[in-house]
Design a protein around this ligand. Structure first.
Ligand SMILES: NC(=O)c1ccc[n+]([C@@H]2O[C@H](COP(=O)([O-])OP(=O)(O)OC[C@H]3O[C@@H](n4cnc5c(N)ncnc54)[C@H](O)[C@@H]3O)[C@@H](O)[C@H]2O)c1
Length: 235
């Protein structure tokens, strides 16, 4: 998005990374704003949208990307992990979508892209809260898409395959531990071998899919779940 010289707002709970993210986006040609916010709080999503509109006066695209991803042994799962996951990954997405839609309706259009995961359709006992939350993201995507299509707001989702982000690295470390595998590298290699394309993806490849849906895709694409997972997830 920054390469297209769009105005970009990043909202994240990790405030420490704000200045560096803004620097990187500006280097690519964007006007950028970092909003430090907890999207799992009741008012966080609304505040994110309010501050975005306050800064740039309009809102054309919302990408719901933030996620909480605890890994817990199935029989040791905790209420805290469930609560946090549901608040950030589902309630946050739903509320942000609703508030963004108000503004987009006034503007007579907009695009909303929710980041889901192949996990939403897999049986992952040690990742139950995360996987269930992503199944709920798919549900919220469908509901929002149907409600908002009449306002020329297209809601779709992107399901990325394995990207080696901090979230993925943390997740695999705990997966390996819970599966009693001491060799993390071979554990990761086995997981990569399950991907039909034979490799993992990365953020820039997934960003291309998001930008396509946000800007280039025909407006008749509504309620679509775009897999970008090298064949790991398929319809
Ligand atoms: N990495 C993968 O392999 C993979 C695969 C499928 C889907 N995804 C999805 O991609 C998206 C991005 O994940 P990622 O892999 O880049 O992980 P990441 O941990 O690098 O990024 C997630 C971001 O969400 C932020 N966040 C967490 N809780 C928050 C909160 N309460 N309020 C605001 N921000 C919060 C984190 O600070 C972090 O910057 C997520 O929706 C994730 O579920 C990732």
């Amino acid at each position: 998005m920054a390469e297209r010289k769009w105005h970009v707002i990043i909202a994240d709970i990790n405030a420490a990374q704000g200045p560096e993210i803004v620097r990187q986006l500006e280097e690519k040609g964007a006007e950028a704003l970092f909003v430090p916010i907890d999207l799992g709080s009741p008012d966080g999503p609304k505040e994110m949208i309010r501050r975005s509109i306050e800064r740039f006066g309009r809102l054309d695209v919302l990408v719901n990307c933030a996620a909480h991803a605890p890994v817990e042994a199935f029989m040791e799962m905790t209420a805290e992990a469930w609560e946090r996951t549901l608040h950030v990954n589902i309630r946050g997405v739903a509320l942000a979508t609703a508030v963004a839609a108000e503004q987009m309706k006034k503007q007579k259009g907009g695009r909303i892209i929710n980041i889901t995961s192949p996990a939403s359709r897999m049986a992952l006992p040690n990742y139950a809260a995360y996987a269930a939350s992503k199944a709920a993201v798919d549900s919220v995507t469908r509901a929002a898409a149907v409600e908002l299509a009449r306002f020329n707001i297209q809601v779709n989702s992107v399901a990325p395959g394995m990207m080696d982000t901090p979230l993925q690295l943390r997740t695999e470390e705990v997966f390996a531990r819970l599966e009693e595998c001491s060799d993390l590298e071979s554990f990761r290699a086995q997981r990569t071998a399950r991907i039909p394309a034979g490799r993992r993806t990365d953020c820039s490849e997934v960003a291309q899919a998001v930008v396509w849906l946000a800007a280039d895709a025909p407006s008749y694409i509504v309620a679509e779940r775009l897999n970008i997972s090298g064949g790991l997830d398929r319809d």
